[in-house]
Design a protein around this ligand. Structure first.
Ligand SMILES: [Zn+2]
Length: 257
């Protein structure tokens, strides 16, 4: 059942729908806030996972077998908690906008694969921080699936090294201290420069360089919408700011299109 929206949110939703209607090349930019509605916690939030368990830096993963084991232990523990997460109304609304041709690209900071799971074609998704649902050899790039790595970890207390080159296998995410993926950064820049509307959905815009894209869009003339539960440092630059839930707001806006 649809939650009834308060009046000021209704005005925001109407304006959101009108901006979407007027747009021909919209880009959606998502962060943790769209996936918290699927039960995946925002690790960065106060009291979140990283307050209790500091992230492991890429350099430490490379330097230490213990850190690699600890990284994998956490990865598998996370799967037990959130591995069953499903796309929510926010993901489905974004998928509808892509399906209608309204949105050309989805740039995401999330690693949870929920945009793909909601039906957005993989070539329309730009993952700035990688994807945790598979792994890659850090040296040769060969893809590895998680399940067999876990079987090995449970049996031997470790994941194997790459069978082709002996390199370290790591989940396909970008860790702290790890270089941003060049292709994705280039694709995100191009999509942003080509956009006439840039819709931030569920990002508090604190993690750079990802958080630089909304301002890049704004500078080259796109309209900027920020939809997030809490205020962001970039709210002052936006053409429309809505502080509300992602799923309910986007669903209500789509009903007006
Ligand atoms: Zn390899």
């Amino acid at each position: 059942m649809q939650r009834r929206l308060p009046d000021d949110e209704k005005t925001g939703v109407a304006r959101l729908a009108s901006l979407l209607r007027d747009s021909e090349r919209a880009v959606v930019f998502t962060g943790a806030g769209i996936s918290t509605e699927s039960g995946i916690p925002d690790f960065r939030s106060p009291g979140g996972v990283w307050d209790r368990m500091p992230p492991i830096y890429f350099q430490d993963f490379i330097a230490s077998a213990d850190m690699r084991r600890e990284t994998w232990r956490r990865r598998f523990a996370m799967e037990d908690m959130f591995g069953g997460a499903k796309p929510n109304a926010g993901h489905r609304a974004v998928a509808d906008l892509v399906g209608d041709g309204k949105v050309s690209s989805v740039i995401t900071q999330n690693i949870d694969n929920l945009h793909q799971a909601s039906g957005v074609p993989a070539d329309k998704i730009i993952e700035l921080h990688g994807n945790t649902t598979y792994a890659k050899c850090l040296t040769c790039g060969t893809r590895y699936e998680i399940a067999p790595l876990r079987t090995a970890f449970d049996k031997e207390g470790d994941v194997p090294d790459c069978k082709f080159c002996g390199g370290f296998i790591k989940s396909a995410t970008i860790s702290f201290g790890q270089q941003m993926p060049e292709d994705e950064m280039a694709r995100a820049t191009e999509a942003t420069l080509n956009s006439d509307l840039f819709l931030v959905a569920g990002s508090s815009l604190v993690v750079y360089p990802a958080a630089g894209f909304p301002l890049l869009a704004k500078r080259q003339g796109a309209r900027l919408i920020i939809l997030n539960r809490t205020p962001t440092d970039q709210d002052d630059f936006a053409d429309l700011v809505i502080h509300a839930g992602i799923g309910a707001t986007l669903t209500a806006a789509l009903e007006l299109l």
